[in-house]
Write a protein that binds this ligand. Structure first.
Ligand code: NDP
Ligand code: MG
Length: 380
């Protein structure tokens, strides 16, 4: 098994773990990209020797060019640089580990170039899932999920020859750092509290999404798009231990689950090696020393973001792009301490209520819905 990877978002949590997997499995790296983390990108480029390194921020790219002047690595900048990395002819696989809707156009470029997409950037499927999946089919590009829940479902679907046999996808949720808290208690949550996740170490945006449970709402939409499932065939259960990564219930009542230590390197690796499996760096699961496995219903009252995401999923069209854009803007305000924790759900709810919905949207209509949602949330 050989892969040559273009890694979008190499300096982030998923990006760094992808490089662990690449080093352990002997995959080569064609391109590395960051937003502005030039020093780390330099270190990664010296180690993995890609042909292209991109900083989207032009000043960071100029600095990176100086840093890498003694190497053959070519440096590019701007969104065009990201698009170039996504479609680089020498790469067979693109790992989309950029955060937010910034990942949408590069993912489409990688699809048009017929690459295997190891998809971590869930916001892409939330905003434009139907368009992305249609394009992937048209260009014969495989999309293999990196998100642990969707990887678990993907693994439980191997060998399923008729999707009609699937009764339900069951997504597990850790419940985040505030599981069991009341709505009143959540009113005073600070960014420092929200950034402490019990089981996973991730980028700031997804960590806040895990605290509001918006992450599970985004994953619900991601699952609908990846597996062409209607909303009523997907359920969510809280599983505090993050060992059962998700499940598939079949029509004969068999329920298949994928278990593993909470370690993203396993789903990242499977997205790269599928349909094969190889030894890799992920932690093994020690059943005799793991906690008892528990399952509970989510609290929709204390965590209204989850209900808002399910509502947007049922509405469809640009509603999911509005949900995502509003959430990205609201989370940024929360992290800057300009918005309270419950304010995130309030602003997302207002955006969904006020902005029009376009069904079967074009890419331009999706990007416009995203812009309108951000503007509304930021200027309220
Ligand atoms: P991080 O914030 O840790 O990393 C984000 C990466 O994207 C960094 O390389 C960052 O560069 C780059 N980046 C940020 N903004 C832009 C932009 N506007 N244009 C181009 N590049 C940009 O995020 P994570 O690794 O945690 O998450 C990445 C994606 O994977 C998200 O969509 C997330 O939902 C998904 N995911 C993450 C999981 C996890 O365990 N972390 C689990 C499942 C899914 P720089 O360093 O320069 O800022
Ligand atoms: Mg997940």
């Amino acid at each position: 098994m050989r892969r040559r990877i273009s890694l979008l978002g190499s300096t982030g949590s998923i990006g760094r773990q992808t490089l662990d997997v690449a080093a352990a499995c002997g995959f080569s790296v064609a391109a590395l990209t960051a937003h502005r983390s030039g020093a780390l990108l330099e270190e990664q480029a010296r180690r993995f020797q890609p042909e292209l390194a991109v900083c989207v921020d032009p000043a960071a790219a100029a600095d990176l060019k100086v840093r890498l002047a003694d190497t053959p690595v070519r440096v590019a900048s701007g969104p065009e640089g990201l698009l170039e990395a996504a479609a680089l002819p020498s790469a067979d696989t693109v790992v989309t580990a950029v955060v937010g809707v910034a990942g949408l156009e590069p993912t489409l470029a990688a699809i048009r170039a017929g690459k295997r997409i190891a998809l971590a950037n869930k916001e892409t499927l939330v905003c434009a899932g139907e368009l992305v999946m249609d394009q992937a089919e048209a260009h014969g590009a495989e999309i293999v999920p990196v998100d642990s829940e969707h990887s678990a479902i993907f693994q439980c679907l191997q060998g399923c020859r008729d999707r009609g046999e699937v009764r339900r996808l069951i997504l597990t949720a850790s419940g985040g750092p505030f599981f069991g808290w009341s709505r009143e208690a959540l009113a005073g949550v600070t960014p420092a509290q929200a950034l402490k996740h019990p089981n996973w170490s991730m980028g700031a945006k997804i960590t806040v999404d895990s605290a509001t449970l918006m992450n599970k709402g985004l994953e619900y939409i991601e699952a609908m798009r990846l597996y062409w499932m209607p909303p009523e065939k997907i359920s969510i259960v809280v599983h505090r231990e993050s060992i059962v990564h998700s499940l598939v219930e079949y029509c004969d009542n068999a329920v298949l689950a994928q278990l593993g230590a909470p370690d993203m390197r396993l789903p990242i690796q499977y997205a790269l090696t599928w349909p094969e499996r190889t030894p890799g760096p992920a932690q093994p699961l020690d059943l005799l020393n793991c906690p008892s496995l528990t399952f509970q219903a989510p609290d929709y009252d204390a965590f209204p973001c989850l209900g808002l995401a399910l509502e947007a999923a049922r509405t469809g069209g640009t509603a999911t792009a509005v949900l995502n854009g509003a959430n990205e803007a609201a989370v940024a305000l929360f992290l800057e301490e300009k918005l309270s924790f419950p304010g995130i759900a309030e602003r997302v709810g207002l955006a969904l209520k006020r902005l029009p919905v376009v069904q079967k949207p074009s890419l331009e209509e999706i990007l416009e819905a995203d812009r309108a949602a951000r503007a509304l949330v930021t200027h309220l």
